[in-house]
Design a protein around this ligand. Structure first.
Ligand SMILES: Cc1cc2nc3c(=O)[nH]c(=O)nc-3n(C[C@H](O)[C@H](O)[C@H](O)COP(=O)(O)OP(=O)(O)OC[C@H]3O[C@@H](n4cnc5c(N)ncnc54)[C@H](O)[C@@H]3O)c2cc1C
Length: 155
């Protein structure tokens, strides 16, 4: 966490979030294959990391870690592979600084302290989604939509 948020470097001892959806839903891949997803938290574009150069070596170190510890011969068995990095979040999804989870959820940027759902400057302007109250993640975003729906209904 310190490497990501304070040092703004790619952590050598990275965190990985692994998900294999075919274990519960085999329709996620053709028969005899698995779908496998790996997420690794990294600093946003403000770090100055050049993803055009760093993405491939970082991807390779993750693959090597997985092969060594959990999935021998993983790379030899990959049929299709796709990866995205903060450049994709910035340039394709239009996320500020390529931040995948929007505003950092520090205490003073969480819940009520996040941008409110009704604009304090303009009538009839509402905000919804991960960067607003109550916060990121699908439950938070759906709650945000529900709140905005209620506020618009009140107006
Ligand atoms: C890799 C990853 C894994 C995640 N895993 C989980 C999880 O397991 N569980 C969970 O609860 N949450 C998870 N999240 C968080 C969750 O996905 C997000 O908080 C949520 O999708 C945000 O929803 P949103 O509607 O605010 O924004 P988004 O889903 O980002 O939607 C915003 C949309 O607006 C579009 N857009 C941007 N600018 C414009 C413009 N000017 N005009 C038109 N369209 C525009 C973007 O392209 C995008 O399609 C994950 C996020 C990431 C990145």
């Amino acid at each position: 966490m310190s490497d990501i948020f304070n040092e703004e470097i790619l952590p050598p001892d990275f965190s990985l979030y692994l998900h294999m959806p075919t274990l519960t839903d085999p329709s996620m891949a053709p028969e005899g294959h698995e779908a496998f997803y790996v997420l690794s938290p990294v600093p946003h574009m403000g770090s100055g990391i050049d993803w055009t150069k760093q993405a491939k070596p970082y991807r390779d170190s993750i693959m090597q870690f997985l092969e060594k510890n959990y999935l021998p011969d993983l790379q030899a068995n990959i049929v299709a592979e796709h990866y995205i990095d903060p450049l994709h979040f910035q340039d394709t999804l239009n996320s500020y600084l390529g931040s995948a989870f929007s505003v950092q959820p520090t205490l003073l940027q969480s819940a009520w302290f996040r941008p409110h759902n009704r604009s304090e400057d303009f009538d009839n302007l509402y905000f919804v989604g991960a960067g607003t109250h109550p916060g990121a993640g699908l439950p938070g975003v759906l709650a945000s939509a529900k709140i905005v729906g209620g506020l618009v209904g009140e107006a």
